[in-house]
Design a protein around this ligand. Sequence first.
Ligand code: DX5
Ligand code: ZN
Length: 217
Amino acid sequence: MYQLCPSILSADFNRLGEQIKTLEKEGIEWLHIDVMDGDFVPSISFGMPVIKSIRKESKLFFDVHLMVTEPERYIRDFVECGADSITVHAEACEDLERTIEQIREAGVKVGVSIKPATPVNDISHMLSDVDMVLIMTVQPGFGGQKYMEECTEKIREVRELIEAEDLDVDVQVDGGINDETMETVLTAGANLLVAGSYVFNDDLAKNVKHARERMDE
Ligand code: DX5
Ligand code: ZN
């Protein structure tokens, strides 16, 4: 399964509902939702009230990326406000195994993410416990940054481990995805591509069409 996962971090929040409708019309299935706490990452984005209110109007798969310290404190809240999947950072959890279990018990899909400097080795023992691995390809915290080439090898590495263990785990990439980097990450083994500025700058519908065509090539 290949999916383009638009990140609403780059949306125009004055027109958020309308932009989500456009994504739905264009056949998007996954919506990437970046939650930042000003502690794990320098910036603050948005939280539960925003998710709760877009949940009322959208049936998209809500892929919630928590860039939050000790995310175990908020799992229940995010499930209640409408997350379909929760991704936590390995670097942010007191007890990563326990947090993953907690997400599973809450009845949603589980993702684990690593920052550019964190080796795949730190999470390789838990691939069979998650539905998705998110390889950050920029420093988490802001949209519109440049893809870090040194992360390509990590995508390849995690895909190889998943295949070697014959697991059904998605590999998501997040940060700096555009016309040039898309091919690199797909070739390396990513199947879920987060895209913020690439799709939300200028004409959203046109950009989504273009990006999805490129992915199919
Ligand atoms: C960065 C976020 C990303 C961000 C990607 O910390 O996790 O999801 O929105 O933005 P682009 O695609 O513009 O790099
Ligand atoms: Zn993200």
